[in-house]
Design a protein around this ligand. Structure first.
Ligand code: FMN
Length: 279
């Protein structure tokens, strides 16, 4: 199964790209409308991209009134990414999504490097959301932690049905002449090729620690990359930064995943799930 990374695809602006995916993941929705960070918000680096979008979005009211019906009209399976600044923020949005049958999965963005973290722990936020919705809840975790398997155990014990691994890492890029940060906020989330070995390690560690579906993402740009994430324990592969440069990536990566699986004798790519974890 192929999906997009939250914030990496606007399905309303690019319906043809969204139609290549098995489900569409929305940009993170917050309780109130947010303008996000000031420009410059994107910078390229040698091995990836920095962004400091800062959770720009319409807020939950406009999302439910306008965006969700428009996405549903495109016939998409819809996963909604939820963010906030406290456990009640997250839980309040979950409660409102619970009444909407168009929503297949709620992904809790517990790890945005561009906003202040909620004061509660990830497990407390998951527990608060669990009490307000029966929808499948996926916890999206940061790779910037000393023991991600421990975080995975905690959020699953608190009621998460799945994990999304990984979000971006905080990074910084300087203008070579002025030596000032390229991004207006100084730092941003680092994504793309450099994240791939980190994502593989996080998926592998969590797949060994908990028995829930894992959405793997971080630097995927080919069928080989997707199959490696499955081998590390992912059951869903998600595409992020690659979508900014290649709108046909979902189709070509799906074809490549099928090919790489077949040449290794797997009738289905999921048959390779976890083979990297036997040592
Ligand atoms: C421009 C941009 C915006 C993003 N916005 C969000 C967001 O709103 N919520 C979220 O959970 N992750 C967000 N992410 C993180 C991605 O969903 C993904 O976790 C990350 O980019 C790693 O995957 P990649 O290396 O394939 O891009 C964003 C990433 C980028 C590049």
């Amino acid at each position: 199964m192929l999906v997009n990374g939250s914030g990496c695809l606007d399905a309303l602006a690019a319906p043809g790209v969204a139609a290549q995916l098995d489900a569409f993941v929305t940009k993170t929705i917050t309780p109130e409308p947010r303008e996000g960070s000031p420009p410059v918000r994107i910078a390229e680096t040698e091995a990836g991209m920095l962004n400091s979008i800062g959770l720009q979005g319409p807020g939950i009211d406009a999302f439910l009134a306008d965006t969700l019906p428009a996405l549903a009209a495109q016939g998409l399976r819809i996963w909604v990414s939820v963010g906030g600044f406290s456990a009640p923020d997250y839980a309040g949005i979950c409660e409102r999504l619970d009444g909407r049958p168009e929503v297949e999965v709620i992904e809790l963005n517990l790890s945005c490097p561009n906003v202040e973290e909620a004061p509660e722990s990830s497990a407390q936020i998951v527990a608060a959301c669990r009490s307000r919705t029966t929808r499948p809840l996926y916890a999206k975790l940061s790779p910037a932690t000393s023991d991600i398997a421990e975080s995975a155990r905690a959020v699953v014990a608190a009621g998460a049905d799945g994990l999304t691994l990984v979000n971006t890492l905080r990074g910084m890029a300087l203008d070579p002449l002025t030596l000032r940060p390229k991004l207006a906020r100084g730092f941003g989330g680092y994504s793309g090729p450099a994240l791939r070995p980190i994502a593989l390690a996080c998926v592998s560690a969590c797949a060994r620690a908990v028995d829930v579906p894992i959405v793997g993402l971080g630097g995927v740009a080919s069928g080989q990359h997707a199959l490696e994430l499955v081998a590390a324990g992912a059951s869903v592969v998600s595409l992020g930064t690659v979508l900014f440069s290649d709108p046909s990536a979902p189709e070509s990566i799906r074809r490549g995943l099928r090919h790489e699986s077949t040449v290794r004798g797997y009738t289905d790519s999921l048959a390779a799930r976890g083979v990297a974890n036997s040592i």
